[in-house]
Design a binder for this molecule. Structure first.
Ligand code: GTQ
Length: 349
């Protein structure tokens, strides 16, 4: 057991701390309790962004700047406990991006990995590594680290999607590289739907060797994910905390679809009232269908379609829904699992 508090500060000790500071030294015993905590302690707080207000602000932003000039017209959803950091959790970033009819978000690449969760789109597309994919509501789309990507909107309506990136992780590791392609669009070298054909039919090209840890499937369409949940509900094997929760998998090895970000889709049936659950991976949730309430410690968050809310590490949550409801979520769980840090706990206390 550790002792209850830091050693008392005497005038002699304080003088010593001040004397060693200019020599770039610090006494561990004076700071130990703050850096090695018995449980996760974070400045990240529970918070919700209503889609209506985010969408309205993006339309306003569209009157101020083009997607091309902005490079990406995105409003960052910044955790109010992490002001000025562009973070939604300690390790992850969240934004909502808007592309107006006819606009393009020019091609670039960076070492940060991105996920898109499509909120509104009838004719939006993204191109990744020479292949285009259409984006529709509920699709989960991946931009792996260092792949060229550009986005466009061929439709008559604005399109919106959520961006989840591992920006704070790459920043923490000082491993950021980025460059522009020099033109709006990258050359398209493969037919649309080449990837799902090659990697999405429970087959792989013979002799296929993975080049990158990310899934070679870069669009997980909502109709397929949703159909899987709908079929599975017939077995009535509900998880008492999550309802029915599936993770998006990499077809090459069955692992997470992205190396740094874990993504899930869950269905909770009308009347579901979940048991408490907590885990070390702070999680961003996106409402997809239906409405519900999530209690996060003492905060109650009411959510509906396209609303975004965040749950900090080791905060117990309980979900409740009055109608069938679907949530998309993402977290840094793959990183924590690889490092042997991931913990979860079900039930009270
Ligand atoms: O679409 O490439 O929200 O590079 C932040 C950085 C989106 C993107 C973001 C990015 C992008």
């Amino acid at each position: 057991m550790t002792s209850q508090s830091a050693p008392t500060e005497t005038p002699e000790r304080r003088a010593f701390y001040e004397a060693i500071e200019p020599e770039s030294m610090r006494a561990l015993w004076s700071v130990m309790k703050g850096i090695i905590t018995p449980e996760p302690k974070s400045d990240c707080i529970p918070f919700k962004w209503s889609y209506d207000s985010v969408r309205a602000r993006l339309i306003e932003a569209a009157g101020l700047i083009t997607a091309k000039e902005a490079e990406r017209r995105v409003l960052i959803l910044e955790n109010p406990g992490l002001k000025g950091t562009s973070k939604v959790t300690t390790s992850l970033y969240c934004g909502v991006q808007c592309v107006m009819p006819g606009e393009v978000a020019p091609a670039h690449r960076h070492t940060q990995s991105a996920l898109r969760f499509v909120l509104e789109s009838h004719g939006g597309f993204t191109a990744v590594g020479g292949e285009k994919t259409e984006m529709r509501f509920g699709d989960f789309v991946i931009t792996p680290n260092w792949e060229w990507h550009d986005h466009g909107n061929d439709s008559a309506e604005p399109i919106f999607w959520l961006d989840g990136l591992d920006i704070p992780v790459v920043q923490f590791l000082d491993a950021s590289f980025a460059e522009g392609y020099g033109e709006d669009s990258q050359p398209i070298t493969r037919p649309t739907n080449d990837s799902p054909a090659r990697y999405g039919a429970n087959m792989l090209p013979l002799g296929y060797e993975r080049a990158v840890p990310s899934s070679p499937i870069f669009n997980y369409p909502y109709d397929r994910s949703r159909a899987a949940l709908e079929q599975m509900r017939r077995s009535e094997e509900w998880d008492r905390c999550h309802g029915l929760k599936m993770r998006y998998a990499n077809p090459v090895d069955g692992g997470w679809a992205m190396p740094t970000i874990g993504t899930c889709l869950q269905l909770m049936p009308k009347g579901f009232s979940g048991s408490p659950y907590k885990s070390t991976d702070a999680t961003v949730y996106v409402g997809v269908e239906g409405r519900g309430r999530t209690r996060v410690r003492d905060t109650v968050i009411d959510w509906g379609p396209r609303d975004v809310f965040v749950v900090p590490s080791w905060h117990a949550i309980t979900h409740e829904v009055d109608e069938d409801a679907v949530l998309f979520s993402y977290s840094d769980r793959p990183i924590q699992e690889k490092l042997g840090l991931f913990r979860e706990h079900r039930g009270n206390a």
